[in-house]
Ligand binder design. Structure first.
Ligand SMILES: Cc1ncc(COP(=O)(O)O)c(C=O)c1O
Length: 374
């Protein structure tokens, strides 16, 4: 293998797994700014927040049974809000196979002092989904961003479950079909598949989650930013754009830009198709190099968004140098694996990335590998 630098660079070398690439054609001056510098409770602010919610509902193909609202604190805020407001009513099972799932286990154990049953698997694998006791509330991550392992589908979640399903779906939505009838709570952030901004989370609640909120009061105090109940009833305004506290209207306008772009490319189907094409292009690179492999062992549960790769003989230092070389040349940004994951590469394959840019990565990988091996 030669260390000849490739001639062609990806046109948009943005492969971070969060915040992810902006959509093609994005520029700040294309954002609507009428709602900025105004009260978010004025007509314009409220209508933009409601429009953003409507677009998300439409693009996610969310049924009328489920509510969707914008909350503070990005995906973490949304998921913590769900945990703190609904857990404790029944036993909890938490699934963890990478860093973020492990984070929810830590909070359930150390902060909420619940004693969850924990089903774990190593990086690259999935725990035994058939071992879940659905009389429990169940916490899981639909797509483990740091290991590139996802649940293959929702078939393992029974329709007649007693407990609630809590899905951290931040790097799954807009890339996979989510069977909403199996979801009681889902959360995500705009900064992943939409290429939007952090700061806000999105909280989706099915009817059974609403029932839980209205019938159960946790034993612990709740900060104002977590409160979803007012006078014993769900604060419905949150799901119409009346946010708990002041939102960033700039982040909202930014999300609206991508949602409109997503609509223009065929909505959810278009997003999924782009993501699949990206993952396929990356897989072709991996398959044709014996020094590259997938961290995810099983194809059915391999992520199509945060694709994690192994590099033969690489330690953390090698990966750091590899990623730095590509970054210095402007060929690929942010492709080192997550800090807690086994040393490797991670390439975001969500819809905002162009397949031609993924294809262009192959020769750059060869160049970086050969340069460091010399
Ligand atoms: C699976 C998962 N959960 C939670 C988070 C945290 O998201 P945020 O920083 O938007 O709160 C991330 C971010 O990478 C993630 O990938």
């Amino acid at each position: 293998m030669t260390a000849q630098m490739p001639a062609r660079k990806p046109a948009r070398p943005f492969f971070s797994s969060g915040p992810c690439a902006k959509p093609p054609g994005y520029s700040l001056d294309k954002l609507a700014t009428e709602s900025l510098g105004r009260s978010h409770r004025a007509k314009i602010g409220k209508s933009r927040l409601a429009y953003c919610i409507d677009l998300m509902r439409e693009l996610l193909q969310l049924p009328d049974t489920h509510r969707i609202g914008i909350v503070p604190g990005s995906d973490t805020g949304a998921f913590e809000m769900a945990m703190w407001t609904m857990l404790g009513a029944r036993p909890v099972t938490a699934l963890a196979w990478e860093s973020f799932g492990e984070g929810w286990v830590t909070d359930a154990v150390k902060q909420l002092r619940l004693e969850p049953t924990v089903l774990r698997a190593d990086y690259g694998q999935l725990p035994d989904l058939s071992a879940v006791d659905w009389s429990n509330d169940v916490l899981f991550t639909w797509n483990g961003t740091t290991s590139g392992v996802r649940v293959p589908n929702g078939d393992w979640i029974p329709a007649d479950r007693e407990g609630l399903s809590f899905a951290d779906a931040t790097s799954a939505v807009f890339a996979y079909d989510i069977p909403w009838d199996r979801i009681d709570v889902a959360t995500f952030s705009w900064q992943k598949a939409l290429g939007g901004e952090g700061a806000h989370g999105v909280l989706i609640l099915g009817p059974r989650a609403v029932e839980r909120l209205e019938s159960y009061t946790p034993a612990w105090p709740l900060p104002k930013v977590f409160r979803l109940i007012s006078k014993g009833k769900l604060a419905e305004g949150v799901f119409k754009g009346e946010t708990i506290n002041t939102p960033s209207m700039l982040a909202v306008e930014d999300a609206i830009f991508t949602l409109e772009w997503a609509k223009s490319i065929g909505g959810l189907d278009g997003m999924i198709a782009r993501s699949k094409a990206n993952a396929k292009a990356l897989n072709a690179i991996v398959e044709s190099r014996d020094w590259l492999g997938h961290l995810a062992q099983d194809y059915a549960s391999r992520s199509g968004t945060s694709v994690c790769l192994t590099v033969e003989g690489a330690d953390a230092d090698f990966i750091k140098k590899f990623a730095s070389l590509l970054e210095a040349e402007g060929a690929a940004y942010d492709i080192a694996g997550y800090r807690d994951a086994p040393p490797g590469l991670r390439v975001w394959c969500g819809a905002t990335v162009d397949a031609a840019d993924i294809e262009a990565l192959g020769p750059w990988f060869d160049w970086a590998y050969a340069s460091l091996r010399q």
